[in-house]
Write a protein that binds this ligand. Structure first.
Ligand code: SF4
Ligand code: SF4
Length: 388
């Protein structure tokens, strides 16, 4: 049956939109943005309803209405609560693409897309520094013409993630050290690790979140071409891993097998140092995309339990019910106050429970939660420090 919706990307999501429009808002209490801004319009129901009415042509779309599609961190908490497992974040992503194409994206999203080349150069420079510091090789980048880059001695590539590589270099070094030690196997010569190639490209997630679909597809194609020569790619940041595992296949963009660094470590659990961090008070905060997105709840907890000799402490709501850090969905760029308020809530909860070290496994959350008056650590940096 032909959709009544006039915006094609939203017409393809009509059934998800209608589920929300006619729903008694069963997920309203879990949306971090709706909660922190105390706005009915910003509940998942409100945002989906506005997208639906906009696509139906019920009102002249303006910037203020379009803005609501960016009031989402992509935390997936509403999907978790929903009886239909409705993909609200994905549908709002389609709304972002429609509104971006109509010139109605918020300034923060436009700025991300407009500065893409500059961001890409900075990422490549950071990854080059990482290569120099860690004795790894750089993955040869495919040319814009589609021609493959030069040969590489490595069969395994590592994608560290922009948040780590550009904003948390110490953690990025730790990730590379773990990739070299556990991700490549030995080459038979006295156990020396095989070479590991660092990928100096972004998966394109910020462009997708901005609504710049064409630019995202270009970024995805460039990464796909560059990774073609490798047998596998290990990915540290769960945001990159989720987009490469879910969005790329849907868009028909081929990749070699995408492995999560947390899985690589969990598979080598017996070789991780036991009790080396005993006595440290660690509290694990599930990153949304690693937990609800990729289903990894047990692996990071098992790794921390191995390092510390005891399971990590928990946040008030954990695992499937975990709450967002405010870092996702481009919220820091489009609604910085809301993003900061969500992060402050997480830190306050952590402190009320007795504090200690708040542990994440996501570059964006690490950046978002740091500097708010509590110690924040990254899972991979903790593993690397325990190995030193
Ligand atoms: S996501 Fe599910 S529970 Fe939430 S408003 Fe939509 S249909 Fe209702
Ligand atoms: S994905 Fe998270 S932030 Fe987005 S609408 Fe759902 S609950 Fe709100």
């Amino acid at each position: 049956m032909k959709s009544r919706l006039k915006l094609p990307l939203l017409a393809a999501r009509e059934s998800e939109l209608e589920k929300c429009v006619y729903c008694p808002k069963l997920c309203r209490a879990v949306c971090p943005v709706g909660n922190v801004e105390a706005s009915e319009t910003l509940t998942p129901w409100g945002k989906m309803s506005l997208a639906y009415f906009a696509a139906r042509g019920d009102f002249d779309l303006d910037r203020a209405h379009a803005d609501t599609a960016w009031a989402c961190t992509g935390c997936l908490a509403c999907r978790e609560r929903c009886e239909h497992k409705n993909e609200v974040a994905q549908v709002l992503g389609a709304a972002r693409a429609e509104f971006f194409a109509a010139g109605l994206a918020p300034a923060g999203a436009v700025a991300v897309a407009a500065s893409w080349q500059e961001r890409s150069h900075k990422l490549a420079a950071s990854v080059a520094v990482l290569c120099r510091d860690t004795g790894t090789v750089l993955a040869p980048v495919a040319q814009a013409s589609g021609a493959a880059g030069g040969p590489s001695p490595a069969r395994t590539a590592l994608l560290v993630g922009c948040s780590y590589a550009r904003h948390a270099l110490a953690e990025a070094r730790a990730i590379v050290a773990l990739g070299r030690r556990f991700g490549t196997g030995a080459n038979g010569k006295a156990g020396a690790p095989r070479p590991l190639a660092l990928v100096p490209l972004c998966c394109g997630l910020p462009l997708l979140q901005a609504g710049a679909r064409g630019a995202f597809m270009n970024a995805a194609a460039a990464l796909s071409e560059t990774l073609r020569r490798f047998d596998r790619v290990i990915v540290a940041d769960p945001g990159c891993a989720l987009v490469m595992r879910r969005v790329y296949p849907e868009a028909g963009v081929p990749l070699p097998p995408v492995e999560l660094l947390v899985d690589v470590l969990a598979a080598r659990m017996g070789t991780l140092p036991a009790n080396r961090l005993a006595g440290r008070r660690l509290r694990y905060a599930d990153p949304c995309k690693l937990g609800r997105g990729l289903g990894r709840y047990d692996e990071p907890r098992a790794i921390l339990a191995r390092l510390a000799g005891a399971p990590p402490a928990e946040m008030p709501r954990a695992r499937e019910a975990a709450e967002c850090s405010g870092a996702g969905g481009l919220l820091p760029a489009t609604r910085p106050e809301a993003s900061a308020a969500i992060a402050a809530e997480r830190v306050a909860e952590h402190r009320e429970l007795g504090g200690g070290t708040l542990v994440t496994a996501c570059g964006g959350s690490l950046r978002r939660l740091r500097g708010l008056g509590t110690e924040v650590a990254d899972l991979y940096a903790l593993v690397a420090s325990a190995l030193d």
